[in-house]
Design a protein around this ligand. Sequence first.
Ligand SMILES: Nc1ncnc2c1ncn2[C@@H]1O[C@H](COP(=O)(O)OP(=O)(O)OP(=O)(O)O)[C@@H](O)[C@H]1O
Ligand SMILES: [Mg+2]
Length: 306
Amino acid sequence: MNRNETEKDYIKAESLSFAYPDPQGGAPKQALKDVSLGIRPGEFVAVVGKNGSGKSTFAKLLNLILEPTSGSLTVAGTVITPSISDAEVLELRRRVGMVFQNPDNQIIATVVEEDVAFGPENIGLPPETIRERVDGCLREMRLTDLARKEPSRLSGGQKQRVAIAGILALRPECMIFDESTAMLDPVGRKEVLAIMKRLSSEHGITVINITHLMDEAAAADRVIVLRDGELIASDSPERIFSDPVLMGRAGIKPPQCAELCLLLRKMGIDAGFGLTPEQTARLILGSFGADGGPESGPAPGGEAAS
Ligand SMILES: Nc1ncnc2c1ncn2[C@@H]1O[C@H](COP(=O)(O)OP(=O)(O)OP(=O)(O)O)[C@@H](O)[C@H]1O
Ligand SMILES: [Mg+2]
C-alpha cells in the first residue's frame, strides 16, 4: 500500500504502550509495547494476531476505554492525555464507534428502531433529525422491514446490523469491529464484511476490523500484525499473506487461497498469488495456458475477497 505521507492520519500512535495493573500489586501485564503506526481517514485496516497479542487492548485505547501507559496517541486530531475532559471523551466515543463480538450485549431497547434511536436521543438531537437518521440507517442496514420487531427475535446477523445501525446513527468517522463476525454464520459474516467495505469505500469511514479470520483480513486495504503486544508488520494483504516466515512468527495461517498458491509454489508451479477463489482459479488456469487465465478476466486483485 502506498501510504501518502502528506495526508493527515486519522489515528496516529507513537511508541504507544499499555500495561494492565495487577490488582494484587504484582508486576503489571504489558499488553501493548511501543506501537507506532498511522491510519488514514477512510482506510479499511484489519488487525490480526494470536490470542492475547493485544488487539482488543489497541481497540480500547482508540475508543478511550483505556488510557495509554506511555507513548502518544492522537485520535481525530485530539491528543489523548490524562487531562482530557469528560466532554471530549464522550465526543470522541461518538466519532469512533465500537462493534463487539456479541450483538446481544450491544442492544438495549426492545424494538429495533428504538434501539437505533437510543444514541441520537442521548445526545439530544431534535426528534425530526432522529427520525430521519433512524430511517436512513435502517435503510442502509436493510432493516426497514424489521423496524418494529423485537431485537431478541432476530438472527445474529440481523442483530449485528442493528448494532451497526445504532452506531451509524451517531454519524461516526471511524468504526472498530472487534471480532464482530465471530458469532455469525457464513451468510451473516459475508454481510457484515460487505458493510465494513461499504462504510470505508462509499462513506469514507475509517474501518478497523479485528479478526481471527484471515479470509476476512484479506479484504482490507492493509493488514496490521501484532505479536505479544508488538507491531511486527503493516502491509498489503498480498504481502502479508505471501510471507510464510512472517505468518509463522505471528502464529497466523494464510487465507485458504493464499495457502493453495504457496503450496503450488512449493511444488514448483508458480501460478502467482491470489486471495479470492475467483482470482486463484484464474491464475491456476492461466499458468496452464487454459482459458480463464488472468488475461481473459478482470485483473487479479481487482475483485474484493468474499
Ligand atoms: N483486564 C485485564 N487485566 C489484565 N490483563 C489483561 C486484561 N485484559 C487483557 N489482558 C492481557 O493483555 C494481553 C492482551 O490482551 P488482549 O485482550 O488485548 O488480546 P487480544 O489480541 O484481543 O486477544 P484475543 O484474540 O483472545 O481476543 C493478554 O496477555 C491478556 O491476558
Ligand atoms: Mg480480543
